[in-house]
Ligand binder design. Structure first.
Ligand code: GLU
Length: 302
């Protein structure tokens, strides 16, 4: 299908300094591969409760103001639920998805009973309570049988920027959610189905998402889908050195004028280790960064 990259923003707020870094990096990565490579945009609105109305359109306008134009019409996850349903059905058919009746409290209590409280990024490691049945409780979520599928194995992969990575998903994350009780599709399932269907060969996104990679690779394998290459970009730090968030000033970037859009792009480029631009417009600045990106990042992991 050719080389394909994508930017996959969640329309929970406008583009901010951090998401512009991911957008720029994924665009440069595609352009550095040559004219046949394609850059796609996917609006990740599967988690409808967190999304704001009109925000997907707003993000597309902000990207366009920066000269970042997708090569095909953007895809919206809310229009693709039949595909997520089919993937869940395939996993169910292979005994790799099971219903879970546990609330957060149930999970904490089950872990406490074992004298454990393992957590990963604020999420409790699921102890497998419903793996062999719901114990009379109503189903609240569908979970991926990670521990069964990876059979205690460690997953190894190479990130194009972070280098050699490994994770034991069953032990370190546990059987993770594919679809939540309240209906929305979990990010992990939607992203894997969409990346495969859009023919994405190279995922470039923020380092805050790096920890999801092993879960996604396992799902790709379980669904017989190819695994793309992964590159996780540096995070934008707030003045306090912490990850940029709304609390420490990660507000919307200004793309209201061509000069403001260029300044926003220039800041993002410097996070990626690219030189400050001397161009007078976004298009010229982007073109000048392409060979620089190619020199810095454009090799696939071996
Ligand atoms: N929608 C996710 C986010 O905005 C990104 C998903 C991805 O790039 O895999 O955090």
């Amino acid at each position: 299908m050719g080389e394909t990259g994508r930017f996959a923003p969640s329309p929970t707020g406008p583009l901010h300094a951090g998401s512009l870094v991911a957008a720029l990096a994924s665009w440069l990565d595609v352009r550095a591969r040559g004219p046949q490579a394609r850059w796609l945009v996917r609006i990740e609105d599967a988690d409808t409760e967190r999304c704001l109305p009109g925000m997907g359109e707003h993000i597309l306008q902000q990207l366009a103001a920066c000269g970042l134009l997708p090569d095909k019409a953007p895809v919206w996850q809310t229009q693709r639920t039949a595909r997520y349903q089919a993937a869940l059905a395939a996993l169910q058919a292979h005994g790799l998805a099971y219903p879970c009746g546990c609330s957060r409290k149930d999970i904490s209590e089950a872990l406490a009973l074992r004298g454990q409280a393992p957590e990963r990024h604020g999420e409790r490691v699921y102890p497998g309570t419903c793996r062999n049945g719901l114990h009379g409780k109503p189903a609240r979520a569908w979970r991926f049988a990670a521990e069964k599928f990876d059979a205690g194995r460690e997953l190894h992969w190479t990130d194009r920027r972070l280098g050699a990575q490994q994770q034991n998903v069953g032990r370190e994350v546990g059987d993770f959610v594919l679809r939540r009780a309240d209906g929305p599709w979990a990010y992990q399932l939607a992203v894997v189905v969409d990346d495969a269907e859009q023919g994405v060969s190279d995922v470039v996104r923020g380092e805050d998402l790096a920890d999801n990679t092993a879960r996604q690779v396992l799902l790709q394998r379980a669904l017989g889908m190819p695994t793309p290459s992964y590159l996780h970009t540096p995070l934008v730090r707030g003045a306090d050195g912490d990850k940029l968030s709304k609390q420490n000033g990660a507000t919307s970037i200004d793309t209201g004028t061509p000069q403001a859009a260029l300044a926003a792009l220039d800041t993002a480029a410097q996070v990626l280790g690219l030189r400050a631009t001397t161009a007078s417009g976004c298009t010229a600045a982007l073109a000048a960064w392409v060979p620089e990106w190619r020199a810095l990042y454009n090799s696939r992991p071996s």
